[in-house]
Design a binder for this molecule. Sequence first.
Ligand code: PLP
Length: 392
Amino acid sequence: MDEKSFETLAVHAGAETVEKHFGAVSVPIYNASLYSFSDAESGGKIHNYETEGYFYSRLGNPTTDALEKALCELEQGEDALCFASGMSAITTSILGLIKAGAHIVAPESHYATTGSFLGFLAENFGVETTFVDATKAENYKNAARANTKIFYIETPANPTLQITDIAEAARFAREKNIISIADNTFATPFNQNPLALGVDLVVHSATKYLGGHSDLSAGAIIGKREIVDKIRHSTMKLFGGCLSPNTAWLVLRGIKTLALRMEKHNSNAEKIAVFLAGHSKIKAVFHPSLPEHTNHEIAKKQMRGFGGMIAFDVGTIEAGKTFLNNLELITIATSLGGVETIAQHSASMTNANTPKDIREKAGITDGLIRLSVGIENADDLIADLRQSLEKI
Ligand SMILES: *Cc1c(COP(=O)(O)O)cnc(C)c1O
């Protein structure tokens, strides 16, 4: 981080573009799909990226640009690109960086659709992924082959809150000339900056904390200019999953309060983790703030706060469903990162189609509940959790 604190950056990030917009304090929404040129020659130069300018919104828009600049500041990256969703950011990036026959190493515990995409690559394009226990960074190194192109990191991981030592995994990647990618959706740049720890590229589902209000879909990548540029001029251009300027504006607005929201997400989650850890109906609680968390020490080393996501085990599929069905305040839904507290039961919802042995190997037990702790009053949330736990 440069000399400014995160709170200050979050409010002012991307503001260097204000002069371009008649001094408007809120970046205007440029609802234009195309941009005219003063003459053929200048049009040609802009098209060939010889001079700055815009020509077509799939390949650049001033509102989306302001968001990309903001994300660079918050994640300490050289360049960024926005996408229509987190999955668009992930798939466009991975396909932009590999060729047929490549190999990827990824964590056993991961966002389920990322896993489906890696499975799709193996089935249809001969790109194999080795899934490793990412709580030990050396497993990345041990799984690397001559054709390994990407170490894919997700920490804290969905839905188990497993932690990977980012600096270690990134170091192993550098030693073998492998590109390291980290999904920083759960932590957000408020809590963790993977680029500063040596990773090459960060991916985000901005649908979650960056947007923060459960009202949009967006994704982003931030990282080394060379890597972002490679993706921009290949798969980004070809697949066209660009972010609409209207949504980019909403994400920019979300980011202004990111620090405030994350402080509350972090502190609420810590209180709730302690409550759950002391409750007789609960078999296990996973939050990186807890001293008993397997990788608490690594989390302390690489995170400034432990985030708003908690997982806990109520024992059985039946208990998981009963628990959800008795919640009064907390919303049953599969997303996360909004201001409201959301609960989901992985075995019957997001991972209902994952074979039980694979699910359990990844730590997704029958009774695992994932809680996205919102910014409500922590005591109100604890009261709801307590009354629902009494019913199982
Ligand atoms: C939600 C999520 C994604 C996918 O993002 P979308 O915006 O839903 O496409 C990827 N990674 C993680 C960790 C997520 O939580």
